[in-house]
Ligand binder design. Structure first.
Ligand code: DX5
Ligand code: ZN
Length: 220
């Protein structure tokens, strides 16, 4: 099944939620139809921002059974993979830019019982993923430079999404996009082949309800 024909998954990014009510926010989007909860862990080094890590994730894990998708914007992910797995996430995505031995890192994520994802920044090509496809469960094409929510979608990423979709072919690999995904940009990324849409501001900042915001992205 090609990426575009896989069922669409909507993954609200809690980065745009009210951190003072994180547990309630996760519960609310879960009830509103979120397929996955996207958890952005930032270390203040790989990106110029800091968020949260395994202890916070562990504290909200019991709120819902929905799939926890950890996006690690962390310079040295290998040393903390086990902590994320123990915190109860089902998927861990690392950035290719910081993985010197990508196949080792991806294998380790699977050994820990999680699905292995790899993210590529806007400036990064995807050729280095080709030799690891058998170890990859998800490819995340960043459609903004990581670090902050609410940035504008970079349209030049559309050909990269198409390239990744072709690379994935019929493999069971999610093609995820993250950054500037709204009801306007969702049809573009879907058409290019993405099936897994992360959205922060478009859901948590929505004027309408979370339910309507998630439905709008799903229908796009
Ligand atoms: C950015 C994060 C995103 C962020 C997306 O570095 O990886 O997940 O929350 O935010 P929006 O959807 O507002 O662009
Ligand atoms: Zn993210």
């Amino acid at each position: 099944m090609s990426s575009a024909s896989k069922p669409v998954k909507i993954a609200p990014s809690v980065l745009a939620s009210d951190f003072g009510k994180l547990a309630d926010e996760i519960k609310a989007v879960s009830l509103a139809g979120a397929d996955w909860i996207h958890l952005d862990a930032m270390d203040g080094r790989f990106v110029p921002n800091l968020t949260f890590g395994p202890p916070v994730i562990k504290a909200v894990r019991e709120i819902t059974d929905v799939y926890f998708d950890a996006h690690l914007m962390i310079e040295d992910p290998d040393v903390i993979l086990e902590d994320f797995a123990s915190a109860g996430v089902q998927g861990i995505t690392v950035h290719v830019e910081v993985c010197t031995h990508l196949n080792r890192t991806l294998s380790r994520i699977r050994e820990l019982g999680c699905r292995a994802g790899v993210a590529v920044n806007p400036a990064t090509g995807v050729d280095s993923l080709a030799h690891c496809l058998h170890l990859i469960d998800l490819i995340l094409v960043m459609t903004v430079n990581p670090g902050f929510g609410g940035q504008d979608f970079i349209p030049e990423m559309l050909p990269k999404i198409e390239q990744v979709a072709t690379m994935i072919g019929n493999r069971d690999i999610q093609l995820q996009v993250d950054g500037g995904i709204t009801a306007k940009t969702a049809p573009l990324v879907r058409q290019a082949g993405a099936n897994n849409l992360v959205a922060g501001s478009a859901i948590f900042g929505a004027k309408e309800s979370y339910l309507e915001a998630i439905a709008a992205l799903r229908q796009a």
